[in-house]
Write a protein that binds this ligand. Structure first.
Ligand SMILES: C[S@@+](CC[C@H](N)C(=O)[O-])C[C@H]1O[C@@H](n2cnc3c(N)ncnc32)[C@H](O)[C@@H]1O
Length: 340
C-alpha cells in the first residue's frame, strides 16, 4: 500500500480526516493495466477529528477504488463511514497524559518559584518590539496593541507573558493545567502590580470551558505542540471573536533525523509533538489571515550553548531563512499570527 496524508472535510459530516490512506494496492498491478471495469474495496484505519466532540478519533475508512482500463478513481466519499468511532485515547490514557504534563511543568516551575520579578528585557520585546530577527519581537510587531483587549494566555505556564500583556493594558485570562504554574502566575501578576488584570485558573486548553467568541486576542507560547496543532486551532477559532487575533510561538520539527537526536526524556514531555511546516500550511485556509515564519537554525541550540543565544547568531539565522526558504527544514521555531 502507498500511503499519503491528506486533510479533508467529509461532506455532510462534522468529521475532518487528519491522516488517511490516499492510496491503492500496488500489489494488484504496478501499471494498473487492469482489464475492463473493476472495483476494489479497501479499508484502513485513519485518524479523524470531530468538531462536535472536539477530540480526535481512531476510525476505519472504507474506500471504493474503481478501475476503468488503466485509470483508477478513488471514491472515498461514496463509502466512507466510521466503524467503531472510538476515542483515540481512552479516558484513562487521556488523564495519564494530562497528569504527566502537569507533573513535568510543576517540577520545572518549582525551580523558578523564587524569581517573580518582571524580566525587563523580555517585557520590552513585547511592549516595544523592533527587530524581526528576534521571534518574540517579530510576533509582537504583528500582534500590535492589546490595550483594552480581552486576552487569553493559552497554556500560560508560570505567567511571565500574562504579566507582560497585562502591563500593556490587556485584561488577561491565563489558563494551564499546572497548579504550580497557576499559583506562580497569580503571585507574579500581584507582585508586578497587575493582580487585578490577570485572572489565572487551572483549566485544560483542549478544549477550554469558555463560551465561543470570548476573546479578542489569544496568545500561546509553546502550547500547540503539546495539545496538537489541529485540536488547538479549532478551539482557538471557536474562542476568538470575529476579527480576533492569535499569536503563537511553537516548537517546529520538520526533520525526522533531528527530532530523533533530541534528548527527549530530560527536557520534553511524552505528549509533545513538534509542529511541522506542512501541517501548518494545511490549516492556513481556516483563518481570514494566517502568517507563519520559521526561526532558529544555529540558535536552536541556544539553551545548551550560551554563545548561540547572541543577537548576531539570530540575525544570521534570520538572513539564511529569508534568503533560502528551504532551510526552514532545519529550523526549530515557528511564529504563527492569525486573524479569525
Ligand atoms: C512549554 S510550556 C509553556 C508555558 C508558558 N506558555 C511559557 O511560555 O513558559 C507548556 C505548558 O503547557 C501546559 N499544558 C500542557 N498540556 C496542556 C493542556 N492540555 N491544557 C492546558 N495546559 C497544558 C503545561 O502545563 C505547560 O505549562
Amino acid at each position: 500500500m502507498f500511503w499519503g496524508a491528506y486533510r479533508r472535510a467529509a461532506p455532510r459530516s462534522d468529521i475532518t480526516f487528519l491522516l488517511a490512506p490516499a492510496a491503492y494496492d500496488a500489489e494488484a498491478g504496478r501499471h494498473w493495466q487492469m482489464p475492463g471495469v473493476g472495483t476494489l474495496f479497501a479499508k484502513s484505519r485513519a485518524k479523524a477529528y470531530s468538531q462536535e466532540a472536539q477530540r480526535p478519533f481512531d476510525c476505519v475508512v472504507h474506500f471504493e477504488i474503481i478501475f476503468r482500463g488503466n485509470t483508477m478513481a478513488i471514491m472515498p466519499n461514496a463509502s466512507i463511514h466510521l466503524d467503531a468511532a472510538i476515542p483515540a485515547d481512552s479516558e484513562g490514557q487521556e488523564q495519564a497524559r494530562l497528569t504527566d504534563e502537569a507533573r513535568f511543568a510543576d517540577q520545572n516551575y518549582s525551580r523558578h518559584a523564587h524569581n517573580l520579578l518582571l524580566n525587563q528585557i523580555m517585557f520590552r520585546k513585547y511592549a516595544d518590539p523592533h527587530h524581526d530577527w528576534d521571534w518574540r519581537q517579530y510576533g509582537a510587531k504583528l500582534l500590535g496593541s492589546v490595550k483594552g483587549c480581552r486576552v487569553l494566555d493559552y497554556g500560560c505556564g508560570q505567567g511571565e507573558e500574562a504579566t507582560y500583556l497585562a502591563k500593556m493594558g490587556a485584561q488577561v485570562t491565563a489558563i494551564d493545567i499546572s497548579p504550580v504554574g497557576i499559583g506562580l502566575t497569580k503571585a507574579r501578576a500581584k507582585l508586578n502590580g497587575v493582580g487585578d488584570r490577570v485572572s489565572a485558573m487551572l483549566m485544560r486548553c483542549d478544549p477550554t470551558e469558555f463560551p465561543s467568541e470570548s476573546f479578542d486576542v489569544i496568545h500561546g507560547f509553546g502550547i500547540l505542540h503539546h495539545i496538537g496543532l489541529q485540536i488547538g486551532l479549532v478551539e482557538i477559532k471557536r474562542l476568538l471573536r470575529p476579527g480576533g487575533r492569535g499569536l503563537f510561538f511553537e516548537h517546529m520539527g520538520n526533520s525526522k533525523t533531528i527530532e530523533r537526536l533530541r534528548p527527549k526524556e530530560k527536557d520534553y514531555t511524552k505528549g509533545e509533538r513538534p509542529v511541522t511546516w506542512k501541517e501548518v500550511q494545511e490549516i492556513r485556509p481556516e483563518f481570514s489571515k494566517f502568517l507563519a515564519r520559521p526561526f532558529h537554525i544555529a540558535s536552536r541550540l541556544r539553551k545548551r550553548v550560551q554563545l548561540l543565544n547572541r543577537p548576531v547568531v539570530k540575525r544570521v539565522d534570520h538572513a539564511i531563512l529569508s534568503a533560502l526558504p528551504f532551510m526552514r527544514h532545519f529550523a526549530s521555531g515557528m511564529v504563527i499570527y492569525l486573524e479569525k
